[in-house]
Design a protein around this ligand. Structure first.
Ligand code: HEM
Length: 149
């Protein structure tokens, strides 16, 4: 069983990277939709159109991709064993992941507020928030690829 999993390891890693790309694409795009949505009148045709786009992006891509990235990442961590858990780069990645999961949670909250026509923030706010997943992504990719610590 262990041997099979080790043979599968590169495939699981490929799946992990594909899931991560989809998760990041959604988390970078959704706040851009919020930037456009924030300036619109509640109930307008454009606002309703954006609600549909946000909902589909979140339900069909962002949530499933997050779960797939997490599941594959946990399997990779188990297969990698102590060589991974005892490395500082991995724990720095986990901290940056905490930021990404928190951001995902805030996106859920903002999305629901838009859906109820109760958004509280302006376009500048969402433009600024858009930088958080970018920063976390840079930290994570440098940690897993360069492994500097
Ligand atoms: C969701 C939770 C996540 C967990 C538990 C996790 C865990 C892991 C583990 C254990 C590895 C194998 C590392 C190795 O063998 O050296 C890995 C590889 C990788 N992870 Fe993640 N990861 C997660 C999310 C992410 C995210 C959000 C990104 C990018 C923004 C990412 C990017 C990568 C990349 C690029 C690799 C391949 C590195 C390589 O072998 O060159 N991961 N991940």
């Amino acid at each position: 069983m262990g041997d099979i999993l080790l043979v599968l390891q590169p495939w699981i890693k490929a799946f992990h990277v594909l899931a991560v790309i989809s998760w990041m694409a959604a988390m970078l795009y959704l706040p851009r939709l919020f930037v456009n949505h924030a300036g619109l009148d509640a109930g307008s045709e454009a606002s309703e159109l954006l609600k549909g786009m946000e909902d589909r992006l979140y339900r069909l891509i962002m949530n499933p991709a997050m779960l797939a990235a997490l599941a594959a990442g946990v399997v990779l961590a188990i297969l990698g064993g102590p060589a991974i858990w005892n490395s500082l780069w991995f724990w720095i990645k986990v901290m940056a992941l905490g930021g990404l999961f928190g951001f995902h949670g805030y996106c859920t909250r903002w999305l629901k507020a838009f859906a109820r026509d109760e958004n509280q923030h302006d376009a500048r706010f969402y433009r600024f928030m858009n930088e958080i997943p970018t920063l976390a992504m840079i930290v994570i990719v440098v940690m897993v690829v360069v492994k500097p610590f």
